[in-house]
Design a protein around this ligand. Structure first.
Ligand code: FES
Length: 101
């Protein structure tokens, strides 16, 4: 399965952009020039995340996660938790979700 998320040239150089993904949202962004896509879902109770000061911050209870690898930095999410990254591939200038190909 392959599903287009966004044109690579529409991904911001700084911060993130939210895109729709089968009725949910994912943050797309770049780390070290590499496009990434991560579910907009906190690993505590599923709250929404925003990109603030170079990290993801949950609006509900303040958990923080690293942009680089999604690891929990602080807050009430489990200490060894990591945000849910989508497997992706870039083809013809488009970032695609990919599964099982
Ligand atoms: S739901 Fe995100 S910190 Fe509680």
């Amino acid at each position: 399965m392959k599903h287009p998320l966004i044109k690579v040239d529409e991904i911001p150089e700084n911060g993130t952009k939210l895109v729709e993904f089968f009725g949910r949202e994912v943050h797309v962004y770049k780390t070290n020039g590499k496009p990434r896509a991560v579910a907009n879902t906190c690993l505590h109770f599923g709250g929404p995340l925003s990109c603030q000061d170079g990290k993801f911050v949950c609006a509900w209870h303040g958990a923080e996660f690293a942009l680089e690898d999604g690891s929990r930095l602080q807050g009430p999410a489990p200490s060894n938790s990591r945000l849910m990254f989508l497997s992706t591939v870039v083809e013809d200038g488009v970032l695609n979700y990919i599964w099982g190909e």
